[in-house]
Design a protein around this ligand. Structure first.
Ligand code: NAP
Length: 490
């Protein structure tokens, strides 16, 4: 069997899993390129106060590395980052990773990828696996006058911990999941908090129950119970959320909407309540899970600002009604450019095809994983995948199982494997059609929607994703070289 030399881009959640799963499959010549100085990806970069994961922790854990010690149902960001560091350390991922190496170009030719980094490294690989994340490139809004602000301004994913927060006047722009968590965490620390809301959000109430010592001991003593807990959470998450949003008329969706409506009723001041009431359906935008957001906004030192931002001035934010909201610190919780994926890496596939040109209108990938004309390149959590309503850990693991079966073609003599244009187009057509039944198209602006207003997401169930990821249908792939050597069930 041929030994494959594999480059992995990114040492976040998916990159760590890649090293481990490839090794399990007998593929050990793996180098991870990580532009930062540590593993963790999202969880290394997002360190804002209040950061947590709204996927339950026992579900947001690798299936192969359960963690009996999660402190809460929804663990905090630093606990999650420590988990990824631990797994990476215990599984030798650090040893495989070249830190401080930003990949800038990938060029395919004669069955190999030439990889170059900004630091001058050059190497040849049989396969590239991009584990570069989805919500990675901060969306810094083009607010007039932003540079003139005399205080400190930063994006939520670039939190500046040298800037004092306590007792100061802080403004938060945005009402997404990041802003909701920041608001809850900051309100008791600051002199005043202004939340600049462009669009109200539905908020799903959640309790973040701690696991006590006894429960943790049970999980430690009996891994089977912990596995069952993970499976139960996965089932509940799928039934009550993931499968609800893909069917706008489902009873599960109605339950979510009712829970959000009832939660909004908990806001005592009718004026504030109405200003917080969205005019679109719950789940249309990525649903926010929070138990403390409304409470925070009802504190005497909090203001919800619903007037549009006109410009930023030295002293603060000037809104369209002419009012100046004076601030010491401005937090831009304004989301991410969700259409970037592995760009800005310059990727040249077969016959010099440029990924940037192929994706000029919008990114797409066959089963969210591979792109015609770009052989032996696999994108974990790639375009139009199950994002936002599943545990991305499960998604990455399933995609890796599928990818490893495609790699078997190469290990048994094939030179290259890539999806056919026809298969990728047929997949995309079916996907677009299926988005029509989702709640994402019921009338809102969100990062799910592409430039056509079509959700850039997997519109089917996680069970269907599991089925598709069971085994590649090789009729959807162009395999060159010695192709008869291995067969994969389809
Ligand atoms: P987001 O959901 O994209 O929210 C960005 C917010 O910024 C929106 O409220 C948006 O308003 C506002 N905004 C953007 N540009 C603006 C401008 N020029 N002026 C005024 N407001 C502006 O971003 P996010 O909160 O960082 O969350 C992104 C995703 O990350 C989430 O949906 C979720 O999937 C994930 N996330 C998850 C967790 C978790 O607990 N698992 C935590 C944080 C993030 P509009 O609504 O009007 O566009």
């Amino acid at each position: 069997m041929r030994d494959l030399k594999i480059a992995v881009i990114g040492a976040g959640m998916a990159g760590i899993a890649t090293v481990i799963k490839l090794r399990e499959a007998g593929i050990d010549d793996v180098t991870v390129f990580e532009k930062a100085s540590d593993v963790g990806g999202t969880w290394r970069e997002n360190t804002y106060p209040g950061i947590a994961c709204d996927v339950p922790s026992h579900l947001y854990s690798y299936s192969f590395a359960p963690n009996a010690d999660w402190s809460h149902t929804f663990a905090s960001g630093d606990e999650i980052q420590a988990y990824f560091q631990d797994v990476a350390r215990n599984q030798g991922v650090y040893d495989r990773t070249r830190f401080g190496e930003e990949v800038v170009s990938l060029v395919y030719g004669d069955g190999r990828w030439s990889l170059a980094t900004a630091g001058g490294y050059r190497g040849e690989f049989d396969v590239v696996i991009a584990a570069t994340g989805v919500l990675h490139h901060p969306n810094v809004p083009d607010l007039p006058g932003l540079d003139s602000f005399a205080g400190d301004a930063f994006h939520s994913a670039r939190w500046d911990h040298d800037v004092a927060i306590d007792g100061r006047r802080v403004g938060v722009v945005g009402t997404g999941s990041s802003a909701a968590q920041i608001t809850g965490a900051l309100v008791d620390r600051v002199a005043h908090l202004d939340l600049f809301q462009r669009t109200p959000q539905w908020i799903m109430p959640v309790d973040n129950t701690p696991y006590d010592d006894a429960q943790r001991q049970v999980f430690r003593d009996d891994p089977a119970q912990m596995r069952q807990a993970r499976e139960g959470l996965g089932r509940a998450f799928a039934d009550h959320f993931a499968n609800a949003v893909i069917d706008a008329d489902s009873p599960a969706m109605a339950i979510i909407e009712e829970a959000c409506r009832a939660h909004l009723e908990s806001v005592a001041d009718p004026d504030l309540r109405e200003r917080l009431r969205p005019d679109y359906r719950a789940g249309c935008k990525r649903l926010i899970a929070s138990g403390d957001f409304y409470d925070a906004l009802q504190r005497p030192n909090a203001s919800l600002v619903t007037e549009g931002i006109e410009r930023i001035e030295a002293k603060g934010v000037r809104t369209a009604d002419g009012e100046l909201h004076e601030l010491d610190v401005l937090v831009l919780a304004t989301g991410f450019r969700s259409d970037r994926f592995l760009r800005p890496i310059d990727v040249r596939g077969r016959d010099g095809a440029s990924l940037d040109e192929v994706w000029a209108e919008r990114p797409s990938a066959h089963v969210a994983l591979a792109v015609p004309h770009f052989p032996n390149l696999f994108l974990l959590n790639g375009p139009n995948g199950p994002v936002g309503n599943f545990s991305l850990i499960d998604v990455a693991e399933l995609q890796l199982d599928y990818t490893i079966q495609l790699l078997d073609q190469l290990r048994h003599g094939a030179e290259s494997v890539e999806p056919t244009v026809e298969a990728a187009e047929a997949f995309e057509e079916a996907r677009v059609e299926a988005t029509k039944g989702t709640v994402w198209v019921t009338g809102c602006r969100s990062w799910y929607l592409d430039d056509r207003g079509i959700p850039a997401a997997w519109p089917w169930s996680i069970d269907h994703f599991r089925e598709v990821m069971q085994a590649p249908d090789l009729s959807q792939y162009r395999v060159t070289g010695d192709v008869a050597a291995v067969s994969v069930e389809s």
